[in-house]
Design a protein around this ligand. Sequence first.
Ligand code: F0G
Length: 466
Amino acid sequence: MTEKGAKTAEKAAETAVQRCIEPACAGTFGLRERIYVCPRCGGSIELDGPLTARGDAPHWGHLGKRRRASPGARDRSGVWRFREMLPFADQTPFVTLREGNTPLYDAPRSAHYCGLAALRLKHQGMNPTGSFKDTGMSAAVTQAVVLGARTVVCASTGNTAASLAAYAARAGLTAAILLPRGQISAAKLAQSMDYGALVCEIDGNFDDGMRLIQELGEDPAIYVANSINPFRIEGQKTVAFEIMEQCGWEVPDHVVVPGGNMGNSTALGKGFQELLDLGLISRLPKLSVVQAEGSAPVARLFATLDSSRPPGDNSLPATMAPVSSPRTLATAIKIGAPVSWKKALRAVLRSGGKVIAVSEQEIADAKAMIGRDGIGCEPASATTVAGMKKLVASGHIAREESAIGVLTGHVLKDPDYISHYHRGTLSLDAGANDGAAQPIAGTFRNAPERVAATRAAILEILERRR
Ligand code: F0G
């Protein structure tokens, strides 16, 4: 950046505010106030500031290329290379692990499976700790450093924890993470242990952990890094900028993401909205969110809205009924009371997208299909492809429309699930309230074969597979 550009960025970071999203309140608070909900009305908070980004899409295209080729850590990070769009002063000591800059893959088999002519998958699981959380964590842990916090905390279904543990380690901060005991994948738990976090396994689910975190956040020495933290969203919104770069600034018709705590959908919606406000894109992609049937409070709410309102009415309901005992094998999104539901729903409604739910079988089969494209992902991520198949069937996405699915976690995040699916032994345990265990069919199963250690036996089995 030129000296003049740096000064403008500095000024804008100073004039940005944290703002309550409730129109009747719209309270504003300084960037250094450690708040996660509006201190006046309890509403959700988001960053609002004059964006210093200037120039048109070709200018951003050139800038993107130049920065990605530069050796500097700030230019190489997929978050900090968009610094003109972030509420941080230019000299901020940023915390980075080279997050972002993830691939956008063509997925022809998955496209065919969904009934689409083409499908692209933005793989956020290719981040340093294997999930999309890293872009947001880079910004949230940087803000923790700016505020002089020594301890950062989160509740997590595993990925936020792994990411926070890694970024806190980079910054020399203590991380304490609350995980629902026995309900997260061993791989994610192992990451948090390795990165040196204090791992607290609680007797409760994610929503219990989230409530505890909000209480802990009242302590001035503790900084909360869940997506209720508006700085997390700032880092995570950069995925929208990357998607536009990778699409050559041609707006895709649809972007589809999984929904758990609803931070990711909030962030994508904010990113696209900012590009629209800056005139860098001329319309919003339709943003749709997909939840797992057993943990789908926002999809349920959306279904009631969808059927009861006149078109164009985008007002937001005041409350959302939580799911008290969420169930899904996609443990990353086993969440019954998502904290960012309102911000996410606002983004979906503004864009003309939908919030839907898919079954355990649909998630498992979509996941196997993504694997057949040579891409792979963790179960929660596969809700996007399962959701797209449904959205095509219902006519919301047309066959020839351009669609991007966001994959949120790496294939190795949950190897037990994969192994059970391909051996035909995957099953959703009996729920607290409604009895029966639910077996999942290995529709596209690919179990290992036990073969004699001879050339002939191997050639014979190869012949059978052809
Ligand atoms: N996909 C994966 C792999 C996730 O880990 C999560 C959330 C989501 C999708 C949903 O994203 O919450 O922003 O709507 N994982 C959180 C965690 C809750 O603690 O790791 P969201």
